[in-house]
Structure formats: C-alpha cells, structure tokens
Write a protein that binds this ligand. Structure first.
Ligand code: ADX
Length: 175
C-alpha cells in the first residue's frame, strides 16, 4: 500500500526554464502511481483567476498570494499539488511557503540559464520583449533573483526530462 505524504511541489524559474513541461510530466508520473494531483500553472491561472493582474511587483505578489492560497486549499483534497509560476524573488517564495506551510512546501528551482531560455523561446516572448513589446519581462526588464534556499535545483538544459522527474521523485521519497 502506498503511503501518501502530501506535498506542494513549487517550481520557480525563468520563462522557458521548463516549469510547465516538468509539471505536466510529473503529474503524469504521479497519477500512474495512483496519486491524486492538481496543477496550478502561471499561464492558466493568469488567464482566469488572476486575469486582473499584470506584472508589476505588487501584482506579481498578489498573483503568488492567490496561487499559494489556492494550493493550500487543494492540498487538503489531493496527494500532490504542482505549482508552476516564475515567482521571481525570495520574498514571493517565502510568502508562498508561509501560506502553504513548511511541512508541505517543496521548492524546485529550475536554474536553466537565461541564454538557454532565450534560445528555446517556446512562446516567442523573449523575442517580443527584445523588440520592446513586453516591458518588465522577467530576466530582461525585470529581475529574477536566484533562490537562496531550495529543496532541489535542476538545469533542464543539462539533464533530460526523464532524469529530472527521477530527481524529483527521489526528493519526494517515493517510487
Ligand atoms: S509571476 O512572476 O507572477 O510568478 P507567472 O508565472 O504567474 O509570473 O506568469 C508568467 C507567464 O506570464 C509567462 O510564462 C509568460 O507567458 C507571461 N508573461 C507575460 N508578461 C510577462 C512578463 N512581463 N514577465 C514574465 N512573464 C510574462
């Protein structure tokens, strides 16, 4: 019998660092093992629940606050909640950890370099930001502060998706 240890797995990293990809793959993996999983993805949350918010420091904070509050409600009803938001600084990540609670919160830092993210540019947003069409784009007009503490650090330009998932699963102490 599998024993569940409820966790909120919070991915932080630049746009294009691999958050959504790993969140989806991790969810597939956990569901195969019969765990219940919820995903909160920055782009999806911002399309609805947070569609009133933009990318000022104040709005990013409110965005993270709402996502963290939602994650803390959802973790009561499932084994794992996977969050994929840039969450660009230590203050925002600490806020999330405080709302969710130390026992549940696991921070996965995707340290994929700005150069790699820019060359991937999966949504063409770096190109737009360079052209001046998006101001305050994280990594260009707005800062991404590397986490001072985290549970796991992965550079997705150095290891495969499969290897990344293995690292996360071993961090979670499950099979
Ligand atoms: S966060 O900074 O508030 O944590 P979040 O993860 O919710 O960001 O949203 C990031 C997504 O919004 C990006 O993946 C991108 O698609 C989109 N986006 C639009 N404008 C910006 C911007 N100025 N900076 C970063 N992401 C942006």
């Amino acid at each position: 019998l599998k024993k569940s240890k409820k966790k909120v797995i919070w991915f932080t990293g630049l746009s294009g660092s691999g958050k959504t990809t790993l969140a989806n793959q991790l969810s597939i993996h956990l569901k195969k093992s019969k765990y219940t999983v919820n995903i909160l993805d920055g782009d999806e949350v911002r399309a609805g629940l947070c569609s009133d918010l933009k990318f000022s420091d104040k709005d990013r904070k409110e965005n993270i606050r709402r996502v963290a509050e939602l994650a803390s409600l959802l973790i009561k009803q499932s084994d794992y909640v996977i969050v994929a938001t840039i969450s660009p600084n230590n203050q925002l990540r600490s806020l999330a950890k405080k709302i969710i609670g130390n026992d549940f919160f696991k921070l996965v830092y995707l340290s994929t370099s700005l150069d790699s993210c820019q060359s991937r540019d999966p949504k063409g947003l770096y190109k737009k930001a360079f052209a001046g069409e998006i101001k305050n784009f994280t990594g260009l007009g707005a800062t991404f502060e590397s986490p001072t503490s985290f549970d796991l650090k992965i550079d997705t330009s150095e290891i495969s998706i499969k290897q990344s998932i293995e690292k996360i699963i071993s961090m979670l102490n499950i099979k």
